[in-house]
Write a protein of this length. Structure first.
Length: 148
């Protein structure tokens, strides 16, 4: 038997009772806004995409099964969301892309932002995110265990 993974799937728990309508609407608005910001982040270098898409999926799982199904079946977002839920996986290509975009953003901020402490604070945050990101697994536990 193999040892259980330390990363537990982030599956939404079945609520004992349906969420109040106001809560469901608030989560749906959060899901849609997060998705919009994530899509904008595709085109704006200093705005990350993945965390907002993950937040959108989390909120959609609790408010809109239809939106969650759309996200999970999306050609770009779907595989990332399923792998994240199954084991907190971030593929190496995504890590390198994030590193390159954050590096370019850091250079841009050092050139454009007049207050060095603001740029330094943002770069420090990006460095912290990169440390966390590179510590995430790159393959699902069942992929890592099976020889090719």
């Amino acid at each position: 038997m193999s040892e259980p993974s330390r990363y537990q799937p982030d599956l939404p728990a079945e609520p004992a009772a349906p969420l109040p309508l106001v809560t469901r609407w608030a989560l749906l608005v959060l899901a849609l806004l997060s998705l919009a910001v994530g899509v904008i982040g595709i085109f704006v270098p200093v705005l990350p995409t993945v965390p907002f898409v993950l937040l959108s999926a989390w909120a959609a799982a609790r408010s809109s099964p239809r939106l969650l199904a759309w996200l999970e079946s999306h050609t770009s977002f779907g595989p990332m969301l399923v792998e994240w839920r199954r084991g907190g996986v971030v593929r190496r290509r995504a890590k390198w892309t994030a590193t390159a975009v954050m590096g370019a953003s850091a250079v841009f901020m050092l050139v454009v932002v007049p207050n060095r402490w603001v740029a330094g604070l943002a770069i420090g945050c990006m460095a912290g995110v990169l440390v966390w990101l590179w510590r995430r697994p790159e393959k699902l536990a069942d992929e890592a265990a099976s020889p090719r």
